[in-house]
Design a protein. Structure first.
Length: 290
DNA sequence: AATATACCCAACCGCTGAAGT
DNA sequence: CACTTCAGCGGTTGGGTATAT
């Protein structure tokens, strides 16, 4: 394909097919950014083909839209994905799978592209290193019963070190617009899946104001499989009350972590992976299935 | 210091569904 | 109702950079 050949052949590339003559591709220049930003600031976004034309950009509407949404749009956050955001990504992905734009609606300032990149580069990489499929039951259970509780513990510890102890990693303080006082999973499980309700559940978790997340979320129809995911925001409790999956394993892992001073690590998710307890947990999962 | 490898992320592509004609 | 256009989504790629050898 022409486009694939053209990609990667230089910093400024042009498509040769007749319906896209002289359309620029590749990295954006400062001048292009400025042109697009100025145009959208004055005229608003939407109608991206006409934006591209009227702004005087030799770009496709698609390209302009992507550049605006992922880079130029106000309040876009890049890098330094917080513990809360990491937890949220794991939680929401466990429910919705690769529906990145939907997940992104719950992380104000984050783009679907960034979340997708995060998942692919960090989470999938770990699954690969653990030699299991990212969609496998083993890996999902490891996330639910090992990594997510750890993340919550860290969040709690961090909060306690800065102020008073939170009641839960999913306390209502973190969801200022959540007037129901329940966490997202509870809302889902109890049938509160009206599209209009969705964006109000927890837009403030990362501390940023909501912007494009005003977009409505389609109704949930695929949640039943994961309805037991959170019980009051405590994954460990859930593991003990729910499926009964590897209860002892989870408790043993806790013991392992505390006896090894595990909870003092860095701030990134990376340090949660690939430790002995995780490998052991996965091995137990495989044994149980055998 | 030079080279190889791994990682990150911006940008592209094809597909799908909604909206417009 | 059929067709066309367009916006949005998820998957993929490749260049730049960091790290290891």
């Amino acid at each position: 394909m022409d486009n694939q050949i053209l990609r990667g052949c230089g910093s400024s590339k042009y498509v040769s097919c007749e319906d896209a003559m002289d359309v620029r591709r590749g990295p954006w220049t400062d001048e292009e950014d400025s042109m697009l930003k100025n145009y959208v600031t004055v005229h608003g976004d939407g109608r991206w083909n006409s934006v591209a034309r009227c702004a005087g950009l030799n770009r496709t509407g698609k390209s302009c839209r992507l550049r605006w949404l992922n880079y130029l749009r106000p309040n876009v956050k890049r890098g330094n994905i917080t513990l809360q955001e990491q937890l949220l990504i794991l939680e929401l992905h466990s429910r919705w799978g690769n529906r990145w734009s939907k997940i992104a609606q719950y992380l104000p300032g984050r783009t679907d592209n960034e979340i997708k990149n995060y998942w692919r580069t960090r989470v999938q990489k770990q699954a690969k290193q653990l030699k299991c499929d990212v969609n496998s039951k083993q890996f999902r259970d490891a996330m639910r019963y090992v990594w997510m509780p750890r993340l919550m513990e860290r969040i709690r510890a961090a909060a306690e070190s800065h102020s008073g102890p939170p009641t839960s990693a999913y306390n209502t303080d973190q969801f200022p617009n959540n007037h129901t006082g329940v966490n997202p999973s509870q809302a889902q499980a109890s049938g509160s899946d009206h599209p209009v309700d969705q964006p109000h559940i927890m837009p403030g978790i990362s501390g940023a104001s909501s912007d494009s997340s005003d977009a409505q979320v389609s109704s949930i129809s695929d949640l039943t499989e994961y309805n037991d995911l959170s019980g009051g925001g405590n994954y460990l409790d859930n593991s003990q009350n729910g499926s009964g999956l590897c209860k002892q394993a989870v408790m043993d892992i806790q013991g392992f972590e505390h006896s090894n001073g595990w909870f003092g690590g860095g701030d990134t998710l990376d340090s949660l992976w690939n430790d002995e307890s995780t490998v052991w947990f996965l091995q137990q999962q495989l044994c149980d299935e055998a």
